[in-house]
Design a protein around this ligand. Structure first.
Ligand code: AMP
Ligand code: MG
Length: 324
């Protein structure tokens, strides 16, 4: 089987130009954002976006996030109510995705929405992502650059491991600063709905917007985000959450100053107990432990405080631990 020759592109003007050339031809180029690496394609090109679903083996019913370089470009695509605009002004560029009805004239390939009337849009903050978007001069559909259901990639090597031969290129911008996917906020009704916890905390959102509903609270708010599926972000190994210490044979994923006792295979998300650092390390540490365990066995995970970014970390851990 021979797929495309996957090229690693440098974080330079030359690398960006090469990435843009591939994208203009309908190719697939992974690029770093501050959250995770996205798998980009021209969001106006139905065939190119279909390639994302193929490369990721993503179920056709999962819509994609469309990335644009600034708030004005986003407002041209979706019809945001007043609170949505406030969220855009406060958190863009940044790790927040807004979901709202698509504007009639917006030129976005229907496949991006996977049948939904709404469109998910984000202005990422990572300079390399913004440089690529500006040089490309159009919207890029970009879900996380991993095989569907697997752990999201936070560096170019992670993308290469899973998608070599399946995509055209990877723009290598090093490690992602946030390390968790964007927060997804829905604006289909008066009160904004949290569709997925992520890089912007609920506390920060509520400070700007007032009350935000949790997706589970309103039964009929259900354009299901893959982030809302039970098993997702899943390594091969099983996870045991909220563990005090590893049992015999388990790997250990710690948090905070407690030393790991009793496990030969152990990593710490943040020895100092920083949730920012833990978020940035989460996916890479899960991958490393999974590899060391040979994709089976169990990773015991220390409990993570349920505040700030801890909510998003615990959400991803719960999905990674869910029965497949
Ligand atoms: P990923 O970038 O792989 O994390 O996936 C994109 C996320 O955005 C998924 O969780 C999607 O379901 C979500 N998403 C995209 N479009 C919509 C939409 N119109 N409504 C709700 N969620 C969406
Ligand atoms: Mg994903």
């Amino acid at each position: 089987m021979s797929g495309p020759n996957t090229i690693r592109l440098s974080a330079t003007d030359r690398g960006i130009r090469a990435g843009v050339a591939l994208l203009r031809r309908g190719g697939l180029v992974a690029f770093p954002t501050e959250t995770v690496y996205g798998l980009g394609a021209d969001a106006r090109d139905e065939r190119a976006v279909a390639g994302i679903y193929r490369a990721k083996r993503r179920p056709a019913r999962n819509p994609l996030i469309v990335h644009v370089p600034d708030v004005a470009s986003a407002l041209a695509l979706i019809d945001l109510p007043e609170k949505g605009r406030r969220a855009a002004e406060a958190f863009w560029p940044g790790p927040l995705t807004l979901v709202a009805p698509m504007r009639g004239g917006a030129r976005i390939a229907p496949i991006c929405r996977a049948g939904a009337a709404t469109l998910a849009v984000r202005v990422p903050a990572a300079p390399l992502a913004l440089d690529l978007l500006r040089a490309f001069g159009g919207p890029l559909a970009a879900p996380s650059a991993n095989l569907s259901g697997q752990v999201s990639p936070t560096c170019a090597d992670h993308v290469m491991e899973e998608l070599t031969g399946r995509i055209d290129g990877v723009l290598d911008g090093g490690d992602c600063a946030v390390g968790l996917e964007s927060t997804i906020l829905g604006f289909e009704r008066e009160t904004p709905v949290l569709l997925r916890p992520g890089g912007v905390t609920l506390e920060a959102l509520e400070q700007v917007l007032g009350p935000v509903l949790a997706a589970g609270v309103v039964e009929d708010v259900a354009p299901t985000a893959p982030g809302q599926m039970t098993s997702h972000y899943a390594p091969g190994a099983a996870l045991r959450l909220g563990a005090e210490e590893p049992r015999l044979g388990e790997a250990w994923l710690g948090f905070g100053p407690n030393p790991a006792r009793g496990s030969a295979i152990s990593l710490n998300l943040s020895p100092s107990g920083s949730l920012d650092e833990a978020a940035a390390n989460l996916f890479a540490h899960l991958r490393t432990l999974d590899t060391l365990l040979g994709g089976s066995g169990t990773i015991a995970v220390a409990s993570i405080p349920a505040r700030g970014l801890g909510h998003a970390i615990n959400d991803r851990l719960a999905r990674a631990a869910a029965p497949r």
